[in-house]
Design a protein around this ligand. Structure first.
Ligand code: LLP
Length: 385
């Protein structure tokens, strides 16, 4: 794909920084690509709202008939307000509060992706009180190492997520006894930013075994939900969009679907990361021991990924063409971890220069915080400026 995000610098100069800038043309291209490939395979997409829940972005998902993967009652409310039909909403999470379960039941969402025997019993009880039958998928821990950052791997044994094999018998028994639950399917999500395709092949093999295990016990899943996790290339912000064809093809070749079974996916990052950029201004340049600090007006409050996961984001100076030198790029927050990158080579950088922190559309704005009593970061879309 030869497409490059264009930054309208004359407009940017007049806007208050920091802000997130979303390239809607790139987003549209990405969503059209994933929709077209998923439709051609007959797979269903539930967009993971946690990656980015802005109304404009959600609308584009709704327009393409994607469902919504929610992990809180607040996300369910946002999904409903944004026009996702309730039969396209699934609700995951290890700690569903009673009000969130009630909300999901009231709205008649498509599935509660359950994480423990105790949760099954609580949902059954609340559903009984409300005179409802709760659609249930079991979130299974398949014990697969996603080979990604340990904070975002979820499918190994010591993880809090998913139901472990030693609990499966108890789950089957519970589903036999609970009249207000309706078994729909099996759910798997093993982690995020997975770039090694072999991991997904391994996941398919495990899913095949696990589907068999449950089918032998008279629990035949109609829905198999393979979660999200497709990784992207943070080193090449203007590079091609993720290869959805190759991703879906792994599942087509390695997953045994029986007649009537549906395959669902819950991508977040792969859909929205590339279209978002955090735009910031340089406040000060300060001498350090080995390097200079470029102190920005954006910090870990706007984008926490580098501080929290040592995540790499490409950093560009949009306004300087001076000879390059190295900078530690830091924010204004009172924490030493408030650093976007160390020894980053940039054109000679001065107070007032515009800095772009790229590939920040996923888990950027949604993870922003009010630490140091900072206000919510602004948002601009490419068709507004
Ligand atoms: N489904 C479930 C059940 C999930 O927990 C997640 C992400 C997704 C789908 C979407 O995964 P994706 O396609 O975006 O990889 N804050 C971290 C990422 C946390 C991911 C949490 N779960 C980051 O900034 O890298």
């Amino acid at each position: 794909m030869d497409y490059k995000t264009h930054f309208p610098l004359d407009r940017f100069q007049k806007l208050e920084t920091p802000f997130y800038y979303y390239d809607l043309e790139l987003l549209t291209r990405t969503l059209d690509a994933v929709a077209q490939k998923a439709n051609s395979y007959g797979y269903r997409i539930h967009y993971a709202l946690k990656a980015n829940a802005n109304g404009r972005i959600l609308k584009l998902m709704v327009d393409r008939n994607f469902g919504a993967d929610c992990v809180s009652g607040y996300e369910i409310k946002r999904a409903l307000e944004s026009g996702f039909p309730s039969e396209g909403i699934v609700f995951a999470g290890v700690g569903k509060a009673d009000w969130e379960i009630q909300l999901g039941l009231e709205a008649d969402i498509a599935s509660f992706n359950c994480e423990s025997v105790q949760e099954l019993r609580v949902i059954n009880q609340i559903a009984r009180e409300m005179g409802k039958k709760a659609p249930i998928s079991l979130r299974i821990n398949p014990h697969i190492d996603a080979r990604t950052h340990h904070y975002i791997t979820t499918g190994i044994e010591e993880n809090k997520f998913g139901i472990n094999p030693w609990e499966w018998e108890a789950v089957v028994e519970t589903l036999g006894e609970t009249e207000n639950l309706e078994f729909k399917g099996l759910h798997f999500h093993i982690g995020s930013q997975i770039t090694d395709k072999e991991v997904f092949k391994g996941l398919c093999a495990r899913i095949n075994e696990i589907v068999q295990w449950f089918t032998h016990r008279q629990l035949t899943p109609v829905i198999i939900n393979a979660g999200g996790g497709l990784g992207i290339d943070y080193t090449d912000p203007d590079g091609p969009i993720p290869d959805f064809e190759a991703y879906f093809d792994i599942f087509r070749r390695h997953l045994d679907l029986r007649g009537g079974q549906e395959l669902h996916f819950e991508p977040g990052r792969a859909l929205v990361a590339q279209c978002g950029t955090l735009i910031s201004k340089v406040l000060y340049i300060k001498d350090g021991v080995n390097t200079q600090f470029a102190i920005l007006d954006a910090g870990m409050t706007e984008l926490i990924r580098p501080a929290l996961y040592q995540a790499y984001h490409s950093i560009q100076n949009l306004t300087s063409s001076l000879p390059p030198r190295k900078y530690d790029i830091v924010g204004p927050i009172c924490e030493s971890s408030d650093c976007f990158g160390k020894a980053v080579e940039l054109p000679g950088t001065q107070r007032g220069d515009l800095i772009a922190i790229r590939t920040a559309g996923a888990y950027g704005e949604t993870m922003s915080s009010g630490y140091n009593l900072r206000e919510k970061v602004n948002t601009w879309y490419s068709d507004e400026i």
